[in-house]
Design a protein around this ligand. Structure first.
Ligand SMILES: CC(=O)SCCNC(=O)CCNC(=O)[C@H](O)C(C)(C)COP(=O)(O)OP(=O)(O)OC[C@H]1O[C@@H](n2cnc3c(N)ncnc32)[C@H](O)[C@@H]1OP(=O)(O)O
Ligand SMILES: CC(=O)C(=O)O
Length: 521
């Protein structure tokens, strides 16, 4: 089976992605670690970044599993293949594989290329022959294959034959407009009358069926499929490499990747998202952080007995983890499993378990949300288990001022009065907003006793006005994500007053972080 990745070419056609040559080198390395057989690096000669990528790849990229493919089109209608600068750029890329895009829908030949069917066949034949004579393995991507086959089957067949007769290793059936359904793919392959061993499949995702269409082709015997990491690509994208290979390996028992590669999936998927500067899709099948996250209490009660009762595969086989979410939908089993995940045993404390379950349900109906605030949840469980994490300080009072000055400047100032290890401390600080000022004042007050606070950073601060409340007297939920450089944790606070909600989340954040910090020597 040939696993052909086009994240660096078709994936780069997604709105919002612009790879540099360095990005491309890094993505290629990750794809190779994931074990794909072919990496399509881009279109040399058309895009300067891609020309640079292939030049640098010769010295800077060592691939263990994959070979590089350069992508480009067949010769222009008016030119000889050996005189077409675009074809020369493909040779100059010095890749073992060249993939050519060719027209296989007669309407495109006549309307877009403004040439004849015969000339299109000659363009395919000449370009493939030249590249093969130069020692390249050649794949031919037949654009609009399925639409073209429906419109004029004989013409589309003739393009496939021209490519194969000229020496193409595979002819790839492309659902370029992405409008197919799995049954249409299977039917077309059956009616084509060409040996499936010489075919490949490339599906865009416009019907949300790209993964299913790819699988349908492979089940019909097609031995080459093209995909992109995380399904990146033109419009809604391409078939997601990760879902396709996981389905083939885990559901159909086809070992398409080398041993040990499938479990790299989550790492590779997220690293590529990082380089592409696209937030990972948390709900992506197999690779998303929510792919094995369970919210419903009934699920958790069965999972407690056997995790596979509610997971279609063991998450670890793709490098993922199961997570139990704690929300108002939680039952005792969810709370018990979540606590176990955090290293706390509630199983032997049925009364504490009931109290935590009731408290979670009560607080969630008032707007608290623990599913993203593990740290606040853990502090609550510890309190119920009588393992209360020592509060690092006691509050006497805080005060926050927001001053809008005549010159338009807005300044926030906070004063906190706290008791720390028997000492009364009063501290004042300014900030760019009331919560920032409060955070700063608290740090000033506590740093003498807790110097490790200097390493804490507030990574993210999210405010949400809760449904069902309205206007300026709405109830507000604040989520704070804090990091100490190594780990991050999230805490929650809810109140009618946004500053008070933030205060709760901040206090939990510092309490949790200090409890987990090594005591400084
Ligand atoms: C289905 C796919 O996604 S295929 C991948 C598509 N990717 C891209 O288009 C990204 C890179 N593209 C580019 O940088 C540019 O479009 C280029 C360099 C390829 C072409 O740019 P230009 O020379 O300015 O031409 P332009 O884009 O206006 O038109 C495309 C030309 O290619 C020709 N062409 C289109 N498809 C093919 C084909 N399969 N075989 C041969 N020629 C083709 C067209 O007839 C047209 O030729 P003309 O300039 O003689 O009229
Ligand atoms: C070649 C290609 O990307 C397509 O036809 O969709």
């Amino acid at each position: 089976m040939q696993v052909y990745d086009t994240t660096l070419r078709d994936g780069g056609q997604r709105e919002g992605i612009t790879y540099s040559a360095v990005d491309k080198l890094a993505v290629a390395k990750l794809l190779d670690e994931f074990g794909v057989g072919f990496i399509e690096g881009g279109w040399p000669g058309a895009l300067p970044t891609d020309t640079e990528f292939f030049r640098r790849a010769r010295n800077e990229l060592t691939l263990k599993h994959a070979v590089l493919a350069a992508f480009g089109s067949t010769r222009k209608a008016s030119l000889r293949a050996d005189a077409d600068p675009q074809v020369k750029a493909l040779l100059d890329a010095e890749t073992p594989v060249v993939t050519l895009v060719a027209k296989s829908d007669l309407r495109h030949v006549e309307k877009a290329l403004r040439t004849t069917a015969a000339e299109n066949l000659a363009m395919v034949h000449d370009t493939v022959s030249l590249l093969v004579a130069e020692g390249r393995r050649v794949f031919v991507d037949c654009e609009h294959f399925f639409d073209g086959f429906r419109f004029d089957p004989e013409f589309t067949r003739s393009v496939v034959r021209a490519a194969l007769e000229a020496g193409a290793e595979k002819v790839v059936m492309c659902d370029t407009n992405g409008g197919m359904l799995p049954s249409m793919i299977t039917r077309a392959i059956g009616e084509l009358g060409i040996d499936v061993d010489s075919l490949g499949i490339h599906c865009q995702n416009d019907t949300s069926c790209a993964v299913a269409n790819t699988i349908a082709a492979v089940e019909a015997g097609v031995p080459h499929f093209q995909c992109t990491a995380n399904g990146y690509g033109e419009r809604p994208g391409n078939a997601d490499l990760f879902a396709v290979v996981a389905n083939l390996q885990l559901k159909l028992g086809m070992p398409v990747l080398p041993e040990g590669c499938l479990e790299q999936m989550v790492r590779v998927s997220h690293a590529i998202a990082e380089i592409a500067n696209i937030a990972p899709d948390t709900h992506q099948a197999y690779a998303g952080s929510s792919a094995f996250a369970h919210k419903a209490g009934l699920h958790a009660s069965a999972i407690k007995v056997d995790p596979l009762l509610y997971n279609h595969v063991d998450p670890s086989v793709v490098g993922n983890d199961m997570r139990i979410l704690v929300t108002e939908m939680a039952g005792r089993a969810s709370i018990e499993l979540k606590s176990r995940e955090l290293g706390l045993d509630l199983a032997g404390h049925p009364e504490a378990l009931s109290r935590v379950t009731d408290r979670v349900k009560h607080l969630e109906t008032r707007g608290w949300s623990f599913e993203a605030a593990d740290a606040s949840f853990e502090l609550m469980v510890r309190a119920e288990l009588d393992q209360a994490t020592a509060r690092p300080f006691g509050l006497e009072s805080y005060r926050v001022l927001v001053e809008h000055r005549e010159d338009g400047a807005v300044v926030s100032e906070a004063t906190v009065k706290v008791r720390v290890r028997g000492e009364r401390v009063i501290a004042t600080a300014e900030g760019n907003g009331p919560v920032n000022a409060l955070d700063e004042a608290l740090r000033v007050a506590l740093t003498k006793h807790y110097p490790e606070l200097k390493g804490f950073e507030l990574n993210d601060y999210k405010v949400r006005i809760l449904e069902g409340s309205h206007g300026t007297d709405a109830v507000t939920r604040v989520l704070v994500e804090t990091s100490d450089g190594d780990r991050s944790w999230t805490t929650v606070g809810v109140h009618e007053n946004v500053v008070e909600a933030s205060w709760h989340a901040l206090v939990d954040a510092l309490t949790y972080g200090l409890a987990r910090s090594p005591v400084p020597s």
